[in-house]
Write a protein that binds this ligand. Structure first.
Ligand SMILES: Cc1cc2nc3c(=O)[nH]c(=O)nc-3n(C[C@H](O)[C@H](O)[C@H](O)COP(=O)(O)O)c2cc1C
Length: 505
């Protein structure tokens, strides 16, 4: 305990803030590393919070350098061209069905190269090119796209077992090498390892970058899960894996580019994946040179990694609640929905129907996959049949609980750095996490909470598209004003906003 406090204090001193309060004493029987990692999370969250009066706590400056290239390439590797996803409107693979589980596989068809091409296209593929930007299947803060995707292919027809990197620009795989023996303790036909090149986001968003990266990649891995269902395989998002071992396997330095998330795909007959990756592996051939430390971004990634974090958790009625009508399953083909999704920032004055909102909320409110600490609040501005105000969504009752009634559109716009996308939305979703619950099993829960926010937001966005509405994720907000808007009790962190409305254009 004494050592934990010394380390926690050392971290505080290292972050060198003006007027830093004494470090939070974290007592835990699970040891000093565990406690110090949680202290790092608490300090990081404060250091990356913004408010009109500036950041609450300053971390040492990091030289983020210039903008990084948006794509990573392996020019010396052999490449394999991939097919793209083609919407299948006659089929039964609607968004609604894919939210429930895998599509029935085509008779006799194993996971093959065509399925992998579709899976990658719908996860992180280029879906539009505009103004020199390659926009992707999943949204990304500032269109900076920090994610890189790597595959461990074990049983894919047409693909030699081995390690691959996905190049979204050319929609192809680069061969990185064969499967080392005794490799990974996860039994799956295909593993997807998702890393982030922190500098891509950090050069613009600085110390807030890790939040954006984790939320971005949450959107992306929800696409991966649904796209896995679309190609007829079980898809599992893994909570436990060894970032260091995986970085080493793919030759990443783990600092400039760190492993953030992981998904496993298996044909329905194969054993369910999900056991942790255990073994450490010898370093692979890195093409990203080790670089300078990224300050608090490096510290928060290390603190939320397996070595430090342990495991992660998982019209008013008499009772004051607004009962919502049951949701309608979204009938639009999943591939069409993902391929059509774009961030919508201009909304008409038309209200959203209560049935539409109830359906989108029902899509969003699946059982937690990576963190059970999240809450969803809504700022309702224009929903037919619902009084404007701030409401808490209660997923188990599929009902809304009023937090404060009235017109909060301007307050929401102010909290979101005066962005019109929030001020003019018919409804604003605000996701927050109970910090004690998020961290109850370790610091890793911090990253998992942002990933979970991304999963939920992606379901909100796709649910909107599938019902002809527009939506936009928003990560830029003043933490204190956002918390006041939803009347967050002490210890609740606001993680993410998302707008919804009838598109104006
Ligand atoms: C975590 C996250 C935070 C975002 N924050 C904002 C924001 O504050 N304001 C905004 O207008 N768009 C925001 N976006 C939307 C991105 O700008 C958008 O995804 C990107 O430009 C790519 O365009 P697309 O979504 O149409 O593919 C955010 C997206 C994500 C995933």
């Amino acid at each position: 305990m004494a050592a934990a406090l010394v380390l926690a204090f050392a971290l505080g001193a290292h972050w060198g803030a003006r007027g830093v309060p004494p470090p939070v004493a974290v007592t835990d029987a699970r040891g000093d590393t565990f406690a110090a990692a949680i202290a790092t999370v608490q300090r990081y969250h404060e250091a990356s919070s913004s408010s009109r009066s500036g950041v609450l706590r300053r971390a040492p400056a990091v030289d983020w350098g210039a903008q990084r290239p948006p794509f990573k390439s392996y020019p010396a590797s052999p490449h394999i061209a991939l097919p793209r996803a083609v919407p299948d409107d006659a089929g039964s693979r609607s968004l609604g069905a894919m939210l429930r589980g895998p599509a029935a596989p085509h008779p006799g068809r194993a996971l093959d190269l065509a399925a992998v091409g579709q899976l990658l296209h719908l996860t992180a593929g280029v879906t539009a090119r505009r103004g020199g930007l390659a926009l992707r299947a999943a949204p990304s803060s500032g269109a900076l796209f920090p994610a890189e995707l790597y595959l461990v292919a074990r049983r894919v027809n047409g693909l030699q077992p081995g390690l691959y990197h996905f190049d979204p620009d050319q929609h192809r795989l680069a061969w990185l090498g064969g499967l080392p023996s005794g490799l990974l303790a996860v039994e799956a036909d295909l593993l997807m390892v998702v890393s982030a090149v922190f500098q891509r986001t950090g050069y613009k968003y600085r110390d807030r970058a890790y939040r954006y990266v984790a939320a971005d990649l949450g959107h992306l891995v929800e696409n991966a899960r649904l796209a896995g269902h679309y190609v007829g395989v079980h898809a599992v998002l893994l909570e436990q894996f060894d970032e260091t071992a995986l970085a080493s396997l793919f030759g990443l330095d783990g600092v400039q580019e760190g492993v953030i998330a992981m998904a496993a795909f298996s044909r329905p007959a194969a054993a369910a994946p999900g056991r942790p990756v255990a073994q450490l592996l010898p370093p692979g051939s890195a093409d990203s040179a080790p670089g300078a430390s990224l300050g608090v971004t490096g510290e928060i990634h290390a603190a939320t990694s397996a070595a430090n974090g342990g495991t992660s958790a998982r019209a008013l009625r008499a009772d004051g609640l607004v009962a919502l009508p049951p949701g309608d399953a979204a009938p639009m083909d999943l591939a069409r929905t993902i391929l059509q999704r774009r961030s919508q920032r201009r909304f008409s004055e038309q209200p959203v129907q209560l049935q539409q909102l109830a359906s989108i909320l029902a899509d969003m409110a699946q059982a937690p996959l990576l963190s059970g600490a999240l809450h969803a609040d809504l700022v309702v501005n224009r929903v037919a049949g619902l009084r404007p105000g701030v409401y808490r969504y209660l997923p188990t009752r599929h009902a809304l609980q009023p937090v404060q009634l009235g017109d909060f559109a301007a307050q929401a716009r102010n909290a979101a750095l005066d962005q019109d996308v929030i001020g003019n939305a018919a409804v604003v979703l605000i996701l927050s996490a109970d910090s004690a619950r998020a961290l109850e099993n370790g610091a890793r829960g911090y990253r998992m909470a942002f990933l979970e926010a991304g999963l939920m937001s992606e379901r909100w966005l796709l649910g909107a598209v599938a019902r002809g509405l527009g939506a936009c994720p928003v990560g830029a907000f003043y933490d204190d004003e956002a918390a006041a808007l939803v009347k967050a009790e002490k210890g609740r962190w606001v993680l993410h906003f998302a707008a919804l409305g009838q598109a104006a254009d």
